[in-house]
Design a binder for this molecule. Structure first.
Ligand SMILES: Nc1ncnc2c1ncn2[C@@H]1O[C@H](COP(=O)(O)OP(=O)(O)O)[C@@H](O)[C@H]1O
Ligand SMILES: [Mg+2]
Length: 408
């Protein structure tokens, strides 16, 4: 192939990068060795599975981990499984193997069992055997090997959706009373319990580990833990992390989203050849993922709200920050009112305007307690630059309309 002119695109690969040190640290399947704000879930799991170490084979333990998307269910369970199997052998001389099945991929009892047997014993032929046969093979293998299994059924709802609750019932049935199979079910649906058989349900009612959504402060800690590994020094500051954390918190306390925002914001800064990520990068990529407000939505705003929103956007852009103080926003508001020939509202009305924009999801507020007193800080859930552009267009058109002489 002749030189077509694209080769230079590869020039920078392998050279030092301005933004990232190790991107993969931000990817969803990377599990750090410590998970901030999940100590109590980790402790719960240890307590529930204590019996499997103290009296191995006495009970087949079953535990349910539940919570919304991105709250650490998979990460905590992965970390727990790996520590648990290590401690089982190191401290208790027990052979524990853990297998995690993603039920989004394995949606039938048969394919779940197939994954288990081929992971326990790659040489065991299972083709042509029924689910019940394979189940027996699994149990026999564990008995012959004198080992135990911790089976994680991640996103178990998919298995139940596709194969009914019978699949779970069959899988957990311990006909031989061997107590060698133990289970962690992971679900994000509060309706799961209602779909299980009575016996599994009554066990799981007592064995639940709840994963609440993360707060903005918790997400900050989670992001902060990875920044030094993922980014070059100075590429990501506090404002950037706080912006990603607050958007993650407002979208259901989702750590997966917060990490993705940080990663994509980094990609954006890198693509533009900058050496630092900005809060605006985070807001822009959030818009790419979650959608931006369309013109229609903005058009339906009363003029005062549009002016207020524009003022916040401009103030954020010129400050280059995640949030600005109410005072800064109000100062900008007066300037914008003057620019468009609009009578400014008094402080209280301005403040109510901020609250209503918050209610509509455009803005977020946070009270900062300092030595001089309390200040309300205002942040934005969309690209400030993007909103500025659209709002300026709308307000300009509105002003032109108003200038036309009345028809009658
Ligand atoms: N407490 C935590 N500390 C560090 N990273 C976390 C924490 N909780 C979640 N994460 C990360 O956030 C992402 C989503 O978590 P995950 O466990 O997949 O959520 P879920 O399974 O509840 O949807 C993963 O990349 C995970 O590593
Ligand atoms: Mg998960």
């Amino acid at each position: 192939m002749s030189d077509g002119g694209y080769e230079h695109l590869f020039d920078e690969i392998g050279y030092s990068r301005k933004i990232f040190k190790e991107e993969a640290v931000l990817f969803p399947d990377y599990v750090p060795s410590y998970l901030p704000h999940r100590d109590s879930q980790m402790r719960d799991l240890v307590n529930f599975f204590r019996v499997s170490l103290e009296s191995p084979g006495k009970v087949s333990q079953k535990v349910l981990c539940s919570g919304r998307v991105g709250v650490g269910k998979t990460a905590v369970t992965k970390l727990f499984s790996s520590i648990f199997t290590k401690e089982a052998s190191g401290r208790f001389g027990l052979k524990f193997k853990s297998i995690s099945i993603d039920c989004r991929k394995e949606r039938t009892l048969y394919s779940v069992l197939q994954s288990i047997i081929s992971s326990l014993d790659p040489y065991q032929p299972y083709k042509g055997f029924s689910a019940r046969d394979i189940h027996r093979m699994v149990l026999e293998h564990l008995e012959n090997d004198n080992s135990y299994l911790l089976l994680v059924l991640d996103e178990v709802d998919y298995l139940i959706d596709a194969s009914g609750s019978d699949a779970v019932y069959e899988l957990t049935r311990d006909e031989r009373g061997s107590g060698r199979m133990n289970f962690i079910f992971i679900s994000r649906s509060p309706a799961l319990m209602g779909r299980l058989d009575e016996s599994t349900k009554s066990t799981l009612l007592h064995n639940q580990v709840i994963f609440p959504p993360y707060s903005a402060a918790e997400l900050r800690d989670i992001l902060m833990q990875r920044v030094p590994q993922a980014f070059q020094r100075g590429a990501v500051d506090d404002e950037v992390v706080t912006q990603a954390a607050s958007l993650g918190a407002s979208s259901g306390g989702d750590a997966r989203l917060a990490l993705e925002l940080l990663w994509r914001a980094g990609k954006r800064a890198e693509a533009e050849g900058r050496s630092a990520v900005t809060p605006e990068d985070v807001r822009v990529v959030f818009g790419d993922i979650e959608g931006v407000p369309n013109e229609e939505e903005l058009l339906s705003l009363p003029t005062q709200s549009a002016v207020t929103l524009l003022a916040v956007a401009r103030a954020l852009i010129s400050a280059g920050k995640e949030r600005i103080a109410t005072g800064e926003a109000e100062k900008e508001y007066l300037t914008v009112c003057e620019e468009y020939g609009i009578e400014p509202r008094a402080h209280t009305a301005f403040w109510e305007g901020i609250q209503s924009l918050k209610g509509l999801g455009f803005l977020s507020t946070e009270v900062k307690v300092e030595r001089k007193g309390r200040t309300t800080m205002i942040g934005m859930n969309y690209s400030a630059v993007g909103l500025q552009k659209v709002l300026e267009g709308l307000l300009k058109r509105g002003a032109e309309r108003d200038e036309q002489p009345p028809i009658d």
